[in-house]
Write a protein that binds this ligand. Sequence first.
Ligand code: NDP
Ligand code: AOF
Length: 376
Amino acid sequence: MPLPHVLLSAAVSLDGCLDDSGPERLLLSSPADFERVDEVRARVDAILVGAGTIRADNPRLLVNSAERRAARVAAGEAEYPLKVAVSGSGELDPAARFWHTGGEKVLLTTDDGARRARALGIGADVVSLGPALDWHAALEHLHDRRGVRRLMVEGGGSVHTQLLQQELADELQLVLAPLLVGDPAAPRLFGPGAYQSGRLRLVESRRIEDVVLMRYRPTAPGTGGRVAAADRHWLGLACELAELCPPSDTAFSVGAVVVAADGSELARGHSREGGDAVVHAEEAALAKIAPDDPRLARATVYSSLEPCARRASRPAPCARLILDAGVRRVVTAWREPDTFVTGPDGSGVLAAGGADVVVLPAFEARAKAPNRHLER
Ligand SMILES: NC(=O)C1=CN([C@@H]2O[C@H](COP(=O)(O)OP(=O)(O)OC[C@H]3O[C@@H](n4cnc5c(N)ncnc54)[C@H](OP(=O)(O)O)[C@@H]3O)[C@@H](O)[C@H]2O)C=CC1
Ligand SMILES: Nc1c(N[C@@H]2O[C@H](COP(=O)(O)O)[C@@H](O)[C@H]2O)[nH]c(=O)[nH]c1=O
């Protein structure tokens, strides 16, 4: 279930191209930006590219700085990040530099692709993910079998497009280079298809010589039981809000955020905010939204703790408030323990009311942190 943090990295021309159609790789980054890329590579567990990039660029995908490699080794990591190639066909050149430089390599492919790659003598651990390659399964494999927690994806366009469209990308690092390619056959960064509606969040912009680095994060929640990368961001924020709660020996510290389907934040709240000794996080957040706001019907409530099913201090528990507000999707980190009520089951109340409840246990420790003093 947990997946690596997926960082898409690319440099594009002003007309949105990743390369031209000539035989040489087009350098879009500036020298200082290539240094930055090297620094990012040094901080990840694995670097992934599609077979198209291996064919077009014959890349090495190394950490080039000896100091950065030494720092990795000193920190107990492999000298080079794992190199991951993705191919459906397995039709790859066994002499490509990718297989003969750096540290460990893995080829994620299909049953047919694995047969072909093995026959060709590809110098990597060849892993078949079945008759077709599913990105979720590929990322799960890297996380569970390879211990990859941070994955840098260095293209190409087809791979970036799929990961963004499937809402598996946690972050996009895009460099805009001041040149125009103008070649109709040149590969583009993102192809047509269905992306999240609404805007991504710009988290940083930085001039690096003559290029501009922009870092974005997707914001749109998943739908139903399907988890999007942005769900992890918003639940992380709910856990941060829980840290703001005035401590109490008689109630949990909880944070909550309400997010519209297009990724815009509607409201946030935390327990006991504004001097109200009994207010709950979800209640505080929902109270800030007009009850007739049409976005509520497709919104997601993120709550560090499962919304409550029963309470003494107010007429309606949070699970009921959420349903009454029209919200039908809740993402939480931690099922409520029996600390204050016996057999709490806010998820059951929500499910009975037609809401989808998603629990992300990877956030449980963070949700529990401000509540340690309540543990028996
Ligand atoms: N400027 C920049 O930052 C960068 C530029 N580039 C440029 O991008 C171009 C390459 O991009 P592109 O042509 O889109 O190729 P990609 O690198 O995205 O690789 C595409 C290939 O990956 C495999 N693949 C991708 N998705 C799947 C899937 N779901 N199932 C099975 N196999 C899959 C397939 O391999 P197969 O065909 O073997 O089945 C497919 O043909 C090059 O020109 C390169 O220079 C690349 C990286 C960064
Ligand atoms: N052209 C281009 C990039 N291209 C990426 O770098 C890879 C080659 O890296 P290396 O093996 O170290 O030479 C190449 O295959 C592709 O993934 N990256 C960028 O940040 N900026 C650029 O302008």
